[in-house]
Design a protein around this ligand. Structure first.
Ligand code: NAP
Ligand code: MG
Length: 493
């Protein structure tokens, strides 16, 4: 990472409006909310605070664009537009990465990694456009009857996003919408609205028709108004399990299609035969990357008893070398957490861990002194001697906090790893083929990473079991969630 800091020109404008119908517009009420840099407390922008009237306008713009030329545009033409968008996003990703780094505190080295993935996602969905097709189906009806299916875009999609990886999430939500001919109203999280707005501008630049991608900035109430709006046909929600439940209720009255990508408490399991030179740093990165604010973070570490002592010693030593600090410094590995509220929640969990009897092997406190005082910096924390019933063993903390356990057998660790309401992801470290396969079959989670962690690819589905939600993003079948299937019967005699 040799990139030096260049403040995006986007931030020259303190007042940031929404994007509705291809235009940047203020909230109907004129209200705004602040978004700040969590590393320094600096005000970045005053963002339009959307309410019901703005939701109505955004949904109307998306509907108008849907019934306009977009859905009937030839697939090859839509494909050209998305490929153009991929080129623009790739060439200008630095701006999106910088906006995210300033808005949520993710180290620039990490934000920049999203560029290749964002472009690859868009190109993957562009490639799928010309593969969408119905089928001609045999039937046993009386007489001579032809039956076939048509695949049609669902309509207006509402995407409601979390704050932990804003630019990548915007692209991930837009991809299947653009591929299928749907239109979008996207609500970014209030802590991180900036990169979604800049991405929407890039869509216009690429030739995506006005109104196809709308960005409704606002707070939770705007999300709630969007989730229950009768003009929305589908909701693609990524966020906490608690809000996910509210989304399902809101969607029920008008029978919206819903997919929910929610929280996790993912196990990372190290067997005695693992390559420890790889497993030790990976166990740290699995939980501490992005200051622990990743849905699939490996927050429950299970280490086989015979290597437990050595492993924890090495993990503690490695964790102490992690550089926490200024997200703009190329050497920084971990930045602040996103807000003072998030910091208080995490500190509360650290206290809870201590009071329930766990030992903080490393960390366990807020970082203070010098530049740390201006932001929300927490020590990467490892709790040892955690028992399965402790609060820190069960609840999603969404911060740099690892709970460590030991185990003896495959059967035991499978049962304990699965003893959670969540089921988003998991890691397994072993050199034994049979152990790897048994674990891959036995773990109840949407992703199992063997001898790696947090691998993602546009062609491979990602999503949850249980309270981690339902639906899969990425992969060949992701676009099915944005399509209706219509059966057509034609009597020929
Ligand atoms: P959150 O509190 O659930 O918020 C997510 C989004 O929902 C935000 O845009 C939020 O708006 C909005 N919202 C809040 N209340 C709402 C309501 N009643 N109706 C509709 N929308 C509402 O989640 P977060 O704290 O931003 O993100 C962290 C969570 O996301 C973690 O649980 C994490 O595991 C999960 N996550 C999951 C995945 C995955 O793929 N499974 C990926 C990333 C994150 P405001 O910002 O204005 O409150
Ligand atoms: Mg912010």
């Amino acid at each position: 990472m040799t990139q030096t800091f260049v403040r995006p020109a986007f931030l020259d404008q303190l007042d940031q409006d929404m994007m509705i119908g291809g235009k940047r517009v203020p909230a109907a009420s004129g209200k705004r909310f602040e978004t700040r840099n969590p590393a320094t407390g600096t005000l970045l922008a005053m963002v339009a605070d959307g309410e019901q009237e703005d939701v109505d306008r955004a949904v109307a713009a998306a509907r108008a664009a849907f019934v306009g030329p977009w859905r009937t545009m030839k697939p090859a033409e839509r494909q050209r537009i998305i490929l153009r968008l991929a080129d623009i996003v790739e060439a200008k990703y630095y701006e999106l990465a910088m906006l995210d780094t300033l808005d949520i505190g993710a180290p620039l080295s990490r934000s920049m990694l999203g560029g290749a993935r964002a472009a690859a996602l868009l190109r993957y969905y562009a490639g799928q456009i010309t593969t969408i097709h119905g089928e001609t189906l045999p039937n046993s009806a009386m007489g001579d009857v032809l039956s076939h299916t048509l695949k049609e875009p669902i309509g207006v999609v509402a995407a409601i996003n979390p704050w932990n990886g804003p630019a990548g999430m915007s692209v991930w939500k837009a991809g299947p919408v653009l591929a299928t001919g749907c239109t979008l109203v996207m609500k970014p999280a209030e802590q991180s609205p900036l990169s979604a707005l800049r991405f929407a501008e890039m869509c216009i630049e690429a030739g995506v028709p006005e109104g196809v991608i709308n960005v409704l900035t606002g707070q939770g109430a705007a999300g709630a108004a969007l989730a229950s709006h009768p003009g929305v046909d589908k909701i693609a929600f990524t966020g906490s399990t608690g809000v996910g439940e509210k989304i399902l209720h809101a969607a029920a009255a008008t029978m919206k299609r819903v997919t929910v990508e929610l929280g996790g408490k993912s196990p990372n399991i190290v067997f005695a035969d693992a390559d420890l030179d790889k497993a030790v740093p990976a166990a740290a990165t699995a939980v501490f990357a992005n200051a622990g604010q990743i849905c699939s973070a490996g927050t429950r570490l299970f280490v086989q008893s015979s290597i437990r002592e050595e492993f924890m010693e090495r993990l503690a030593a490695y964790t102490k070398t992690i550089r926490v600090g200024d997200p703009l410094d190329p050497e920084t590995q971990i930045g602040p957490v996103v807000s003072s509220r998030q910091m208080e929640i995490i500190l509360g969990y650290m206290e809870k861990g201590k009071s329930e009897g766990a030992t903080a092997l490393v960390g366990g406190e807020r970082m203070t002194g010098g530049a740390y005082d201006a932001g929300f910096f927490l020590e990467p924390t490892i709790f040892d001697d955690v028992t399965d019933d402790m609060t820190i063993a069960r609840e999603e903390i969404f911060g740099p906090v690892l709970s460590a356990f030991s185990f003896d057998t495959i059967e035991e660790v499978l049962a304990r790893a699965n003893a959670t309401e969540f089921g988003l992801a998991s890691g397994v470290w072993t050199r034994d083929l049979a152990t790897a396969h048994k674990m891959a079959r036995g773990i109840r989670a949407g992703s199992v990473w063997v001898n790696c962690y947090q691998m993602l690819d546009p062609g491979v589905p990602f999503g949850g079991y249980g309270m981690s939600g339902f639906g899969r993003e990425s992969g060949m079948h992701h676009i099915d969630d944005y399509l209706e299937t219509k059966a057509v019967w034609i009597k020929l005699d």
